[in-house]
Design a protein around this ligand. Sequence first.
Ligand code: DON
Length: 313
Amino acid sequence: MSLTEIQRLQTLLPTWVETNRLLCANGKVASYIPELAKSPIDALGIHLINAQGNSVSAGNSELTFTMQSISKVFTLILALMDNGESGVFDKVGMEPTGDNFNSMLKLELVQPGIPFNPLINAGAIAISSLIAGESPTEKSRRVLEFFRLLSNNRSLDYDLDVYRSESDTANLNRSMAYFLKDNGVLEGAVEDVLDVYFRHCSICVTCTDLAQMALVLAHNGTNPITGEELIPRRYVQIAKTFMTTCGMYNASGEFAIQVGLPAKSGVSGGILTLVPGRYGIGLVGPSLNRKGNSIAGVALLEQMSQTFDWSLF
Ligand code: DON
């Protein structure tokens, strides 16, 4: 009897993690959020799960880390569920920028001065202001509940040290948010919007949590294990498209060529990716390459995708 892909992964992944882990020495952990500088530079972990609930873990898959920009995929989805497509795309565009994720350059240069897409910081801050709720506390509560539902983990919560560390030092995001307010993009008080944004970036997860969330995207919004429909299919389609075009910052094109899967990374070294109709994958490797993606994580995903011919393209 031939081995299933999951069985082959169970054999191969522990070795692949150890060989790719060596690349961590060539990268750097993020330090512009001071608390993230404490991340373990040599860590590399992965969890993959399929629709039957069969899973594979390897390396430091139990490490906890903050979602950072990975959270932007799911706040986008929640904002779409709250406001519909036109309510969201009146305020945020659909195009990659080619600029850094925290750039505000095009907000002034390109009219009408709305963020280019929801996965750069300006776009995600605009999305935070679109989350329904009477107060910032209520908005943040709804985001956390939604993430708990998708990850099937009731105990998902904030890393308050990372939250405070970002909130205390976010001069660039703060200036960007005030600029957006002046351009008429943000609803409500700027500091309230920023609070919702910093909180969702600081939600603390393991690779298993990310893999569970990715599994829902891989199955067009339904948790295939429980059969529960959690997200309308159209909004999953939109989210996966942004992940493909903008999810890996300015390396999204290279990632599409080398790996060929929708993915989103964060400055904590997390990557969420999926094989449509099949797997949810969560990965962490805090050592980042020059484009801001997990240096060992990207290499590991290239090896997996190329071995099993997962590319969509
Ligand atoms: O706003 C920030 O800079 C971080 N909370 C998130 C940045 C990140 O992960 C990369 N963004 N695309």
